[in-house]
Design a protein around this ligand. Structure first.
Ligand SMILES: Cc1cc2nc3c(=O)[nH]c(=O)nc-3n(C[C@H](O)[C@H](O)[C@H](O)COP(=O)(O)O)c2cc1C
Length: 337
């Protein structure tokens, strides 16, 4: 189950992926999750990066390209609607060392969609086809696509889009099993992931609502997907990839010393703070630590109070002091490493 697959020269082994999350999966978070899951995470995907920003030399967009060797294999995701800019941005992403270039066809946000990007690309399949051909010409690394099931329930077209993408040389498709109009509501429909899987012969990765081993097994049984991309599940449980790999006897042994695996939530948050501080100002470090701490402790006794207290902290150091004082923070996660 999910032993892995190859796209071009890139070995994705096992078939477990960290899903792209804007404002979350920057280099620091990707490194953190890699450290939590040595040998059990097949691919990490960046947050989406604007092709407008990249091709107009916007410093913030370029800063988002930052990565380190230990994250690899690494996919960098770009978004936008313009064909020439998409091709130029893809070449740039390849030049900075991405192992895979992924195009976002799923973002539901009006600001993105209005400019022809994200899920809007699924409503304009002929334009998307021209765009993919133009990008493919620029790349020697694999080109992949992340789609939703369609725009709304009346226009579900994930199978048609996937067939077209395969025909133009896309190497892998990730399907988030919701329509654009669903945004993040309701349940992801893994039956539709399965329809895509049966329609194409390139690897198909499913995305949506995987939070546990049982949940993953049920969705795999429904879809027959080659891989699973996990987003929010990794915010609550960053060791989830190791848990799945261990349950299914998949993954590879790396030389990575297990000494580096942060084994409790406090150690994890301290490591995350250090990684964040290497690339962000204190304000961002504190905001991201606050968000991640809240996800990590959701469902714990006293979580609501802790959340309030976290909200009142004035900086990352004060936040860690509060967490150190909270006994829950030291709960080990013994089966994770
Ligand atoms: C905070 C957040 C940011 C996201 N940003 C992106 C993104 O930049 N690109 C993308 O393709 N999907 C993005 N997604 C969608 C996820 O990759 C994923 O498909 C979706 O959340 C369903 O999977 P999950 O239930 O495992 O989170 C984002 C989701 C969340 C929650």
């Amino acid at each position: 189950m999910l032993a892995g697959f190859q796209i071009g020269a890139v070995d994705i082994r096992p078939g477990l992926l960290l899903a792209p999350m804007a404002g979350v999966t920057d280099s620091s978070f990707r490194q953190l999750v890699r450290e939590c899951n040595p040998g059990t995470l097949g691919l990490v995907v960046s947050e989406f990066i604007s092709i407008e920003g990249l091709t107009r030399a916007d410093l913030r967009s370029h800063a988002m390209l930052r990565h380190v060797a230990t994250e690899r294999p690494l996919s960098i995701q770009i978004f936008g609607g313009d064909i020439d800019r998409m091709a130029e941005a893809a070449a740039l992403v390849q030049a900075v060392g991405a192992d895979v270039v992924d195009i976002n066809c799923g973002c539901p946000v009006p600001k993105v969609v209005r400019r022809g990007g994200g899920a809007e690309l699924m409503r304009t399949p002929q334009h998307l086809e021209r765009l993919l051909r133009a990008v493919r010409r620029e790349l020697s690394v694999p080109l992949t696509l992340k789609i939703r099931t369609g725009w709304d329930d009346e226009s579900v077209n994930c199978v048609e889009i996937a067939e077209m993408a395969e025909a133009v040389g896309v190497a892998m498709i990730t399907v988030h099993g919701r329509t654009r109009m669903q945004a993040y509501h309701g349940q992801a429909d893994w039956e539709r992931v399965g329809q895509v899987k049966r329609a194409v012969s390139i690897p198909v990765v499913g995305s949506g609502d995987v939070l546990s081993i049982e949940g993953a097994e049920a969705r795999l049984a429904t879809s027959g997907a080659d891989g699973i991309a996990i987003g929010r599940g990794a915010l609550g449980d960053p060791w989830i990839f190791s848990r799945l790999a261990r349950a299914w006897g998949i993954g590879q042994s790396f030389d990575t010393s297990l000494d580096r695996v942060p084994l409790d939530r406090l150690a994890l948050l301290e490591r995350y703070r250090d990684l964040l501080a290497e690339m962000h100002p204190e304000r961002t470090v504190a905001a991201r630590l606050r968000m991640f701490s809240t996800s990590l402790f959701r469902g714990f006794p006293g979580a609501a109070l802790l959340r309030q207290q976290l909200g009142a902290t004035r900086g990352s150091e004060e936040l860690l002091v509060l967490l150190r004082a909270t006994s829950n923070a030291a709960v080990r996660v013994p089966e994770a490493a």
